[in-house]
Design a protein around this ligand. Structure first.
Ligand SMILES: Cc1cc2nc3c(=O)[nH]c(=O)nc-3n(C[C@H](O)[C@H](O)[C@H](O)COP(=O)(O)OP(=O)(O)OC[C@H]3O[C@@H](n4cnc5c(N)ncnc54)[C@H](O)[C@@H]3O)c2cc1C
Length: 146
C-alpha cells in the first residue's frame, strides 16, 4: 500500500517507520526544510525522551480523559523507544523525576537515529512540501495537494 505521512516530527517519523516495517511504500511530506526541527529544541536541546514510570502513571498524568491512550501506550511502551534508540547505539539515562534523556544530552542524536531508520527502510522524504488539502473519494484519500 502507498502511504503518505503528513508532517515529519517524531510522531510522523515513527508512523512512517511503523508503516514501512509492515511493507508499505511510504512518503513523508514535511513543510519545513528538514525533519524533526521541533524535536531538536525539546528538553532544552537534550530531548526528554520518555519517563520510566509505569504506563498506568502515563494515563493518570494525562490531562482530561487519558484512558483513550491506554492501548497506544501498551502497544509502544517507554521501554520500546529506549530499546529502539539503543539498537542504533544511543544509550539513555534516567534523571530526577523519572525523566529519560539520551546519554549524550543531545537531541540531535535522537533525531539521527530516526533519520537512519527512515533511510534504511527507503522512506521517501519531501521537504518544503506543505500539505494544503487531502482529496477523498468514497471516504478514501486519493491525493493530497501541496
Ligand atoms: C520548548 C519545547 C520543549 C519541549 N520538550 C519536550 C521534551 O523534552 N520531551 C517531549 O516529549 N516533548 C517535548 N516537547 C513537546 C514536543 O514538541 C513534542 O513531544 C514533539 O515535537 C511532538 O511531535 P509531533 O511529531 O507530534 O509534532 P511536531 O514535532 O510539531 O511535528 C509536526 C511536524 O509536522 C509538520 N507539519 C505541520 N503541518 C504540516 C502540513 N500541513 N504539511 C506538511 N508538514 C506539516 C511540522 O512542520 C512539523 O515538522 C517540547 C515542546 C516545546 C515547544
Amino acid at each position: 500500500m502507498k502511504v503518505i505521512v503528513i508532517g515529519g516530527g517524531p510522531a510522523g517519523m515513527m508512523a512512517a517507520i511503523a508503516a514501512a516495517e509492515k511493507g508499505d511504500q511510504v512518503t513523508i511530506l514535511e513543510k519545513k526544510e528538514s525533519l524533526g526541527r521541533k524535536l531538536l529544541i525539546t528538553g532544552k536541546g537534550r530531548c526528554n525522551i520518555t519517563s520510566s514510570l509505569p504506563i498506568t502513571e502515563f494515563v493518570s498524568n494525562t490531562p482530561g480523559n487519558g484512558r483513550f491512550l491506554y492501548s497506544a501506550f501498551q502497544n509502544y511502551t517507554n521501554q520500546d523507544i529506549i530499546h529502539f534508540l539503543e539498537r542504533y547505539g544511543l544509550k539513555t539515562k534516567e534523571e530526577r523525576g523519572n525523566r529519560i534523556f539520551p546519554i549524550t544530552d543531545r537531541s540531535c542524536d535522537v533525531l539521527e537515529v530516526f533519520l537512519t531508520r527512515l533511510k534504511e527502510l527507503g522512506i521517501k522524504i519531501e521537504t518544503q512540501a506543505k500539505c494544503e488539502e487531502i482529496l477523498t473519494e468514497n471516504q478514501k484519500a486519493i491525493r493530497s495537494t501541496l
